[in-house]
Structure formats: structure tokens, C-alpha cells
Design a binder for this molecule. Structure first.
Ligand code: CO
Length: 134
């Protein structure tokens, strides 16, 4: 069902400092910082030859990553995102297998402008798992 690893998202408290680590220390190509008010995060994309790293910094009062950063003040891997061909078919198959879909279970338009869903971390080895219709 799942295809390519689309991205690994890392929560950070300071995108500028985090970007410097990827750009200057690791020598990666980094995108511009992009505030995404309707997702409650500021994002920076690190383009790697085979996938992306997405740096997420909380934006606004009810950011979905604030609690995670409270528990992991130095940052940490927040979720992984796999591509699927048909997000509704993938969702229905996963639900039939007993997996829990977060929120109301309907895909939302994610930070890349494509439909996404999140799966409960307790059903996937303690890892918040995003599906994106590629
Ligand atoms: Co993501």
C-alpha cells in the first residue's frame, strides 16, 4: 500500500538555528522559511536526493506541535510521511485492519497542497504516521 518516503518531519524550537545545522554543518539544500498559519507551523524543507526533511516550528497559540516540543525541548522526529496512490482507499483499508485515523478521518490539504491523513502513533510503533496522496 505505502510507497515512497515523502518526508521525515523534525520539530524544532528555532527554524533559523535548525536550518543552519542542515545548510552549514550538513551541507544540504534548504528552502525558504514558510509560515503556514492554517497548519500552526513554520516550515523549512530540506531537499535530499531521495526524500525531504521537514523542519517544523510552532506558529501561533494552538500549534499541533507545541506539546511535542514541551516534552522534547531540544527537538525530535515528529512524524514520517509515506506516499499512497489513493488516500481514501488506503484509509479504508487501514481502518478495516483496525488502525485509527486522527481527527474526523477525512483527508485535509497538507503543507504541500496535497490530501493527507495522520494515523495514531500507538498503532504504528509509537510513530505518528502521515499518508499523502502523491
Ligand atoms: Co508532514
Amino acid at each position: 500500500m505505502i510507497g515512497r518516503l515523502n518526508h521525515v518531519a523534525i520539530a524544532v524550537s528555532d527554524t533559523e538555528a535548525a536550518t543552519a545545522i542542515y545548510r552549514d554543518t550538513l551541507g544540504a539544500h534548504v528552502s525558504q522559511t514558510a509560515p503556514q498559519p492554517n497548519h500552526g507551523v513554520t516550515t523549512v524543507f530540506i531537499e535530499l536526493p531521495n526524500t525531504k526533511i521537514e523542519l517544523l516550528e510552532p506558529l501561533g497559540e494552538n500549534s499541533p506541535i507545541s506539546k511535542f516540543l514541551e516534552k522534547n525541548p531540544s527537538g525530535g522526529i515528529h512524524h514520517v510521511c509515506y506516499e499512497v496512490d489513493d488516500i481514501i482507499a488506503a484509509r479504508d483499508e487501514l481502518k478495516a485492519k483496525g488502525a485509527r485515523v486522527l481527527g474526523d478521518g477525512e483527508p485535509r490539504i497538507g503543507a504541500h497542497g496535497k490530501p493527507v491523513l495522520f494515523l495514531h502513533p500507538k498503532d504504528f510503533l509509537g510513530t505518528l504516521t502521515e499518508l499523502e496522496q502523491a
